[in-house]
Design a protein around this ligand. Structure first.
Ligand SMILES: NC(=O)c1ccc[n+]([C@@H]2O[C@H](COP(=O)([O-])OP(=O)(O)OC[C@H]3O[C@@H](n4cnc5c(N)ncnc54)[C@H](OP(=O)(O)O)[C@@H]3O)[C@@H](O)[C@H]2O)c1
Length: 347
């Protein structure tokens, strides 16, 4: 059985751990913790084996946490590591652990694709380049926004191709995740050079894309306003909706009025970690005027990338077809069933 270790236990690491521990096809080794805080107890309560850096062992044991071993030992035992370090930490892990031990790894979207700290030569988006990851040692799973953009742009590119002139995307990002304690400051902050543009162009190189990103004082989901300019008249609204009707991980909602409506619904419905794990097109806000189509969709920042990591793992490790992988991921995450539930709730 393929042995998988999650290096990190933050917002993404804990979700990856839930997902991997439920997948009977792999042997889940456990998670890494670096700080001896109460999240260690959370991991242990969830029955995850916890590994810590060698130099921190004493600190964790003095705090009465039952530790299974060192991070170094867990990486050595694994066949593939899913790295969930905070932004940029994956590069050091690769140099210090994965490369010397010849271990394959999946990195998260906060890592660099280019430059001195590049961790991999591709960014995965399951809707666009799933098969390209097969057999690779190192791949970055695109961030939530990048995953969402690929999921919306690729069906449009396939259906309308050359008729599309350009895509202009404004990303409105939450300040902090719901479970984070960090203060949400009353400010709207801009990003001088959003990484999302280059990241998406990594797997959609011919797309004429311009991205702006703003961070707003909210803990709810991300909102994307995508303007798609056509060479002549843009297609009718119904044609666009139909193009997304059967897309995996795309819900088409009518009556939601904001990001909190969707997030709170996921929490109230008891979805795991309060995630929908998908993007939601807001049908009532979809507009067509002359050559411009506007799609407004919300992107579940914390949940979006978890099924994406699961799909990527299936490409890298099992070399499965995308269709088979989607079936597996759907069984685990119940994405299709939850899409129907959300569409019914927001009809
Ligand atoms: N949050 C999101 O919505 C989101 C969405 C998509 C992608 N991502 C990406 O996912 C990655 C993780 O983000 P996050 O939000 O989960 O961050 P986070 O909540 O800040 O968690 C980061 C984790 O990294 C751990 N850590 C510290 N040193 C480490 C090391 N050397 N190796 C591995 N882990 C280490 C920390 O452990 P201790 O707590 O024990 O110190 C912490 O658990 C980033 O690349 C981010 O860009 C995040």
């Amino acid at each position: 059985m393929v042995k998988v270790f999650v290096n990190g236990y933050g917002n993404i690491g804990r979700r990856l751990a839930t997902m991997l521990s439920a997948d009977k096809e792999i042997q889940f080794l456990g998670v890494a913790k670096y700080t001896a805080d109460e999240k260690t107890r959370d991991a242990l309560d969830n029955k995850f084996d916890v590994y810590v850096p060698k130099h921190n062992l004493k600190q964790f044991r003095d705090s009465n946490y039952e530790i299974s071993g060192t991070v170094e030992e867990a990486v050595e035992q694994s066949d593939i590591v899913v790295d969930a370090a905070k932004e940029g930490g994956g590069f050091d892990n690769k140099k210090r652990l994965y490369e010397p031990m010849k271990k394959a790894a999946i990195f998260q979207g906060g890592e660099d694709r280019h430059g001195a700290h590049s961790v991999a030569d591709m960014i995965h988006n399951s809707r666009v380049n799933y098969a390209k990851a097969s057999g690779k040692m190192y791949v970055i799973q695109g961030s939530c926004n990048v995953s969402g953009m690929g999921r919306i742009m690729q069906p449009l590119a396939e259906k309308f191709g050359d008729e599309i002139e350009r895509y202009d995307v404004t990303i409105v990002r939450r300040w902090a995740d719901l479970e984070e304690s960090k203060e949400v400051r009353d400010s709207i902050e801009w990003d001088e050079s959003p990484h999302h543009q280059e990241d998406v162009k990594d797997f959609m190189p011919t797309a004429n894309l311009f991205v702006e990103a703003y961070k707003v004082p909210s803990r709810m989901m991300h909102l994307h306003q995508m303007l798609i300019r056509f060479k002549t008249k843009a297609p009718a609204k119904d044609t666009i909706i139909e193009a997304f009707r059967k897309e995996f991980g795309v819900a088409i909602l009518k009556s939601a009025k904001g990001t909190a409506d969707v997030r709170k619904k996921a929490l109230n419905l008891g979805f795991q970690h309060g995630d929908t794990n998908m993007v939601h097109i807001h049908q009532e806000a979809l507009r067509v005027q002359n050559d411009v189509l506007k799609i407004l969709y919300t992107d579940d920042q914390t949940g979006m990338v978890i099924p994406e990591n699961h799909l990527l793992l299936q490409s890298m490790v099992f070399g499965r077809s995308r269709e088979q992988a989607i079936k597996k991921t759907d069984t685990l995450f119940q994405i299709s069933r939850r899409t129907r539930i959300l569409e019914e709730e927001f009809k």
